[in-house]
Design a binder for this molecule. Structure first.
Ligand code: NDP
Length: 336
């Protein structure tokens, strides 16, 4: 017996901003699970900025998507057939085969989801990869200390919104965000409790950061690169730390950008810039789920979602994410 499914394939590699014709919606038949496998009906799929990078044929930490093949990425769904002793029919699982209705995979490649902690889709956001990125970036890479002034870009997004709120719980004395547009800046301050938020579209980052952090910053959590990074280097105080998490301002660029022009400042202040990759920090997962689960339960960590309905609209969701149309985690609701 086979099951009818749909998948989103990479039709061609984008140049600049991905276009609708770079994707194809393909009908397909999925067989019954073989020994050790499970068949999952996806409920939710994650939409991540890094998916843009994987549409290019460029060496990176993750393999590029292949033309004519389905895209993939984080998803949560329900096991509908199982020949694995790890997961029973009806279980909710987290796995890496999003961008399709039905996912057939080895049971050992799926993790159980405990929906009593939070709704299942939170395991793609605050309790999943973006949340762990924020936590590991603060604790291990930026090594946030009691009293630090912390600055984070893309502050209304999945990672950035978690960074600011977690930094506060980890002892930061002042948390400043940057986001695009007045509504997002308002949300970051009033709903997420940051001390201040720059609207980087409304004026120069340097001038605005100076207003909110006149004595400089100790930590910059970089999600965007470009002007933000250069300004943050200039604002770093003695022994300041920068965690390089993402550079979304450059993901659609067709030319490499100019680097920060002020790296000499790192000598003066003995500053550190370090890259962060969430895949290196899986060992923090249990501690992370315990602490972040408690912060959510205690009401000190809020998370938001932007939901696009229907697998067929997943390409629009990726385009919208890159255009900043999301607040909080960008998700596609596939079924369930
Ligand atoms: P977000 O939810 O933050 O969504 C992306 C946001 O980026 C948009 O909403 C938009 O917000 C902002 N943005 C888009 N273009 C620009 C631009 N030109 N300048 C400034 N901001 C821009 O996504 P995630 O939370 O999933 O990811 C945030 C960053 O973290 C990304 O760079 C991503 O690649 C990185 N990341 C890195 C990981 C790692 O292991 N290193 C793991 C996970 C994510 P706005 O409207 O405010 O512009």
């Amino acid at each position: 017996m086979t099951h009818q499914s749909r998948e989103i394939h990479l039709a061609q590699r984008p140049v600049g901003v991905p276009a609708p014709e770079d994707f194809a919606l393909v009908e397909t038949e999925v067989p019954e699970p073989a020994d050790g496998e499970i068949l999952v009906r996806n409920h939710w799929m994650s939409v991540d900025p890094a998916m843009r990078g994987r549409m290019d044929d460029r060496p990176s930490y993750a393999e590029p998507f292949q033309i004519g093949q389905p895209l993939h990425g984080g998803a949560v769904g329900e096991v509908i057939a199982s020949r694995s002793d790890r997961h029973a029919v009806g279980d909710l699982v987290l796995h890496g085969l999003g961008w399709r209705d039905l996912a057939l995979l080895p049971g050992k490649r799926a993790a159980p989801v405990d929906a009593s902690v939070a709704p299942e889709q939170a395991f793609l956001g605050v309790l999943g990869m973006p949340g762990l990125t924020a936590y590991a970036g603060l604790v291990r890479v930026a090594k946030v200390q009691e009293g630090d002034v912390v600055f984070v870009s893309a502050a209304a997004g999945a990672v950035g919104s978690a960074v600011g709120q977690m930094a506060r719980q980890l002892g930061a004395s002042r948390v400043i965000g940057s986001a695009g547009g007045p509504e997002k800046a308002r949300h970051v301050v009033e709903d997420l409790g940051f001390d201040a938020c720059i609207d980087y579209k409304a004026g120069r980052v340097r001038k605005q950061l100076k207003e909110h952090a006149p004595d400089g910053i100790d930590v910059y959590f970089d999600n965007v690169g470009g002007e933000h990074l250069e300004v943050a280097i200039g604002a770093l105080r003695m022994r300041g730390r920068i965690a390089i998490c993402g550079m979304i301002s450059q993901y659609n660029a067709t030319e490499p950008p100019a680097g920060p022009r002020n790296l000499v400042r790192l000598i003066q202040i003995r500053g550190t810039i370090q890259g962060l990759l969430v895949l290196d920090h899986g060992d923090l997962r249990d501690e992370f789920i315990d602490r972040v689960g408690a912060w959510i339960r205690d009401g000190v960590l809020r998370y938001d979602e932007t939901v696009v309905e229907g697998l067929e609209h997943a390409p629009d969701a990726l385009r919208d994410l890159l255009a900043g149309k999301n607040t909080g985690k960008m998700l596609v609701h596939v079924a369930g």
